[in-house]
Design a protein around this ligand. Structure first.
Ligand code: ADP
Ligand code: F6P
Length: 324
């Protein structure tokens, strides 16, 4: 028989993402509607180990749906990777009467959730990362806001690149995942898109491309570079030396992780948060919420982590064809 859930905790972990607040709000309000108490754990697993735990009521999450960041704060916690750290986390949950936990974050955070689940604390993960690099879901909270922020910024850089007839390397986030780069590359009409999953480290191809485009009369050359590929600034220096065309690097950085979430992020976060609260209250554990084929679903964490995600070959080919 499923364990009776009276009190749940919610935390945000890993890199923050716009829409995390909307997810927290939904978790709190749906759990309370289900007759369950909610505690907020500040600063991810680190805050759990430091016992930074607060009571959350319906009104505690008022006026946050539109705000970027996370009201609970987030952190990375190496101690939680250890057996001792996880045991301490379980003991703290028990002491605070937390029977179940919702973890909003990425793959790393689910491993922590899985460890807690194995040790008797029911846990459910919600995908919150701007990188879109969680395999069991077609959507991760924060991605839509991040790509729109990046797209707007790239449009602006493009204006000045054209005026000055420069080449621009614009670095977007995604240390191991090229989804932001691919989407913005297509949406901004970039001439080159460098993805960690596809890059062959052949800079000469890019140089040839720039020279050929300039001969054809193009006044700018936009290269969207995912964070995981080399150093944009030194790449710009080498490209300028090889082509004789002024080349500048712009690193968009953390601006992509902030800002008011888009409607899409608020909506997905709200449904995913409510869904996670429902299945946790039903007694489910070791699950992660995902969105696939038009439906919100939940998957076993172990199976979700074992799934492989790759950039669509077709989308990549199209991105190349359209940049010609
Ligand atoms: P993300 O959740 O965005 O992938 P991280 O990989 O940094 O971010 O993971 C966030 C946190 O999850 C880590 O700081 C750590 O506390 C916890 N975590 C990551 N991997 C594990 C693991 N193998 N076992 C237990 N906890 C983990
Ligand atoms: O949120 C995802 C992400 O932005 C990655 O693209 C990037 O590699 C990482 O977070 C950097 O985060 P931090 O500097 O906070 O460790």
């Amino acid at each position: 028989m499923a364990k009776e859930i009276k009190t749940i905790g919610v935390l945000t972990s890993g890199g923050d993402a716009p829409g995390m607040n909307a997810a927290i709000r939904a978790v709190v309000r749906k759990a309370i509607a289900n007759g369950v108490k909610v505690k907020g754990i500040k600063k991810g697993y680190q805050g759990l180990l430091n016992e930074e735990i607060i009571d959350l009521e319906k009104w505690s999450v008022a006026d946050i749906i539109q705000r970027g960041g996370t009201i609970l704060g987030t952190a990375r916690c190496s101690e939680f990777r250890t057996e001792e750290g996880q045991d301490k986390g379980v003991e703290i949950c028990r002491r605070h009467g937390i029977d179940g936990l919702i973890v909003i974050g990425g793959d790393g955070s689910y491993r922590g959730a899985q460890a807690l689940s194995k040790k008797g604390i029911n846990t459910i993960g919600i995908p919150g990362t701007i990188d879109l690099d969680i395999t069991c879901t077609e959507y991760t909270i924060g991605f839509d806001t991040a790509i729109n922020t990046a797209m707007d910024a790239i449009d602006k850089v493009r204006d000045t690149s054209s005026s000055h007839e420069r080449c621009s390397i614009i670095e977007v986030m995604g240390r191991n995942a090229g989804y932001i780069a691919l989407w913005c590359g297509v949406a901004n009409g970039a001439e080159d898109i460098l993805l960690p999953e596809k890059y062959d480290y052949n800079e000469q191809n890019i140089i040839n491309n720039i020279i050929n485009n300039r001969k054809r009369g193009k006044t700018h050359h936009i290269i969207i570079n995912a964070e995981g590929i080399g150093h944009s600034t030194s790449m710009a220096r080498r490209i300028e030396a090889a082509t004789g065309i002024e080349t500048r690097a712009t690193i968009l950085g953390y601006m992509q992780r902030g800002g008011n979430p888009t409607c899409k992020d608020r909506f997905y976060a709200s449904i995913m948060g409510a869904y996670a609260a429902d299945i946790l209250c039903e007694g489910k554990t070791n699950r992660v919420v995902g969105y696939q084929h038009g439906e919100f679903q939940d998957f076993d964490i172990e199976e979700a982590l074992a799934m492989e995600k790759s950039i669509s070959e077709y989308q990549y080919e199209v991105s190349k064809a359209l940049s010609m």
